[in-house]
Design a protein. Sequence first.
Length: 271
Amino acid sequence: MIKQAIIPLAGLGTRLLPLTSVFAKELLPINGKPGIEYILDECIEAGIKEIIFIISKKKQMIKSYFYNDIFYKKIIKKKKDPRIIKEYKKILKYKKMIRFVYQNKPLGTGDAVLKTKKYITDKYFLMLLPDDLIIKKNCSKSMINIHKKLKSSVIASMKVNRKSVNRWGIYKLGKKIDKNNFLIKDVVEKPSIKKAPSNQAVIGRYILPKIIFSKLLKQKPGKGGEIHITDAIQLLINQNKKFVAHNFSGKYLDCGSMQGYINSTLEISKI
Ligand code: G1P
């Protein structure tokens, strides 16, 4: 069973400036609800019991959102508003599941994962990147089911426009398992159009093996001087570790860019 999830939240959110100059992008409302709550709900519905948030000192606001008990208690005492009581109960439920760790320098997703090393107890864990919302079908839940069947690592994937391959982790397709699941032969972080092995992109849901920490510990910075999880995955693939790409059936929303963020509110309001 996959019981733990990690969520890297220390990113600067420069693509959403000026909103992110004073605000954590993961708390920005999407159709009236902070983006991070969609991610938390996906985890809870998929059976996750513990969630590790990797934040930074600059993103302390995220912790405050879940630790505002005194404020809520005062308001509820005065107002007894059922809506506020319900919202507070929901926040308390989230708070009980979340542990916070810090990544104060934005050194990449791989470095963020490494910060959770001492808290990961099981052989596999889930990672969700909060810029990537997947609606209409719980992608984490589907991936956990595939993991149960195949006992392998699983990564969410989607075909992208060939011209945009340098925005994503791109992988080379291996053997077909079934209609929506394939083995990954190789994976490369943000390749040029010329060097891209395909237009199959990695999307921000990963079921990773605990042994990935041993690779991350020794890993040198890659593209852009960052420690990429993609590079650690490639090192494991080189050792014949099985990684399955899952072409998810939900709808993907890119909340990390301004256009995508605006669009995600429109899409979610239609459901
Ligand atoms: C990260 C990963 C990349 C992946 C993408 C999915 O990139 O490094 O491999 O394709 O998430 O959203 P980032 O969006 O942090 O640049």
